[in-house]
Design a protein around this ligand. Structure first.
Ligand SMILES: [Zn+2]
Length: 485
């Protein structure tokens, strides 16, 4: 974990965090029992509740990357590492924070945030995976338990909001408003507990490298990334990357991780194309100078060493610089060699939409969905395109089909549902969908308000009423739990 060192005063910052305490259906049964070595620390159920509240605070406090392609890549890589970790059944959640600082962090409940700056700085998938494996190890080795215990002395939303602020580096000394109910002593306590000890860092490196090797990813990724960050400190001056400010990288640490990597040896797998394509997409889509980016990719693709990721970058950069025909041509070329790649298909469909070729775009999405049934990335783009094309009814059917699966119940998909139903569904349905969006963004009051409005509408079946009432009851219980603590 990585965060700025804060003074107690720095923690006095206005935060839009949410009240929340998740009870009921989130039993901790699936969680591994980590034993009782640290005494009376928080229970798995409490940790789940803290984690969910933390994530809602994160959404309220910072900008996350919503591009399904980028998120999906990070989730897949994360799950691959988790499968080879010491806690393969622990419910990790990976998300991407839109922040150029080279950083990653582990929050309560296995929520792991990856900064865009880290993805863009990594030169290989193994470097990115090295940092992620390190963060996963902080979770599996229970390094955060004492911080949670300190947090447990205060109300859950307050604790979750503060942990999120510290990890995101949002808390600054410039704001004066305090977090309700947090004393300077409590704040300092959490801050201290969130700072890992040298022993923790060493252990996270050791376990992290083991995870890398077990998952078939090059274990040298970790020392190689450390070394590069270490060398780059001279260039950064006072602007040291976040990762370094809390994970001091000494020559000793590099040497130790290097000798550990040597024990496992190099893995055969080189960089995946997915990594290079994802990094390229992030780089081009987030560029604030599309013309300059286009010039760069033109130069790159002229080199002998250029590959599909550079050509994909050229297609995207052309598109962003408004040279749509060139973009389509480039993508056609890529698809000739690799016709079933989801990323190419989705990008082509987006381009076609942008070009006014709606029918072709929708057909491509539909074909891609029949090739990869249930793919949430394709599904989300398809629903958004249907709405844009004025086919909200079809969009609603599609999103309802997706929502039958638990993993689809995310804020962006609920937002699509709200949008589609506001055009083509019963009025109460928009309220229900909006309630879920508000809930996931940490605003229980608005969520409750939406459900009450939903119940005011005529024409709800008894079943629908009962479902809404049950959800309303859950939200009210969460509110009450917060107020009583
Ligand atoms: Zn660490």
């Amino acid at each position: 974990m990585i965060f700025r060192r804060l003074t107690a005063a720095a923690l006095s910052t206005a935060l839009a965090f949410s009240p929340s305490f998740v009870a009921g259906d989130v039993a901790g049964n699936d969680l591994p029992d980590f034993g009782d070595s640290s005494g009376s620390l928080i229970s798995p159920t409490q940790e789940v509740a803290l984690g969910e509240a933390f994530m809602r605070s994160v959404r309220a406090q910072t900008k996350l990357i919503t591009d399904p392609v980028i998120n999906d890549y990070i989730v897949q890589l994360g799950q691959r590492l988790v499968a080879s970790s010491d806690a393969p059944n622990y419910p990790f959640t990976f998300f991407v924070v839109n922040n150029p600082a080279v950083n990653a962090f582990a929050g309560p409940g296995g929520y792991i945030g990856i900064h865009t700056g880290l993805i863009l700085t990594a030169r290989s998938e193994s470097e990115l995976a090295g940092v992620m494996a390190h963060e996963i190890a902080h979770v599996t080795q229970r390094h955060l338990l004492r911080a949670y215990e300190s947090a447990n002395q205060m109300s859950l939303p307050t604790a979750a909001g503060m942990i999120a602020a510290i990890l995101l580096g949002v808390a600054t000394g410039s704001t004066q408003a305090g977090i309700a109910g947090v004393t300077a002593v409590q704040a300092g306590n959490i801050q201290r507990q969130l700072n890992f000890t040298r022993a923790n860092e060493k252990e996270a490196d050791r376990i992290g490298i083991q995870t890398l090797a077990r998952s078939g990813i090059d274990p040298y990724g970790m020392p190689s990334f450390f070394e590069r960050l270490h060398q780059s400190t001279r260039l950064y001056g006072n602007n040291v990357p976040e990762f370094l400010s809390t994970h001091p990288i000494t020559t000793n640490r590099i040497a130790e991780s290097m000798s550990r990597a040597e024990q496992y040896g190099r893995s055969k797998e080189r960089d995946t194309l997915e990594f290079r394509l994802t990094r390229t997409r992030l780089e081009v889509m987030e560029s604030d100078n599309p013309q300059e980016t286009l010039r760069e990719y033109r130069a790159l693709t002229k080199k002998q060493s250029s590959g599909p990721a550079d050509r994909y970058g050229l297609a995207l950069a052309s598109w962003r610089a408004n040279a749509k025909d060139a973009a389509v041509k480039q993508l056609h070329e890529l698809m000739k060699d690799d016709p079933d790649r989801v990323l190419y298909r989705v990008t082509m469909a987006q381009l076609l939409m942008d070009n006014g070729q709606t029918q072709e775009a929708l057909k491509l999405y539909k074909d891609t969905l029949s090739l990869y049934p249930g793919d949430l990335t394709v599904g989300q783009y398809y629903v958004a395109a249907l709405i844009e094309a004025g086919k909200a009814g079809k969009a609603r059917d599609q999103v309802l089909k997706m929502l039958r699966h638990k993993q689809a119940r995310t804020a962006p998909i609920y937002e699509l549902w709200a949008k589609a139903s506001s055009i083509s569904g019963p009025a109460w349905e928009t309220n229900v969908a909006s309630a879920e969006v508000y809930y996931l963004y940490g605003n229980l009051r608005f969520a409750i308000d939406q459900l009450q409005q939903a119940l005011d509408h005529k024409g709800l079946s008894e079943y629908e009423q009962a479902r809404i009432r049950a959800r309303l009851q859950e939200f009210r219980q969460l509110t009450a739990a917060n107020e009583h603590k």
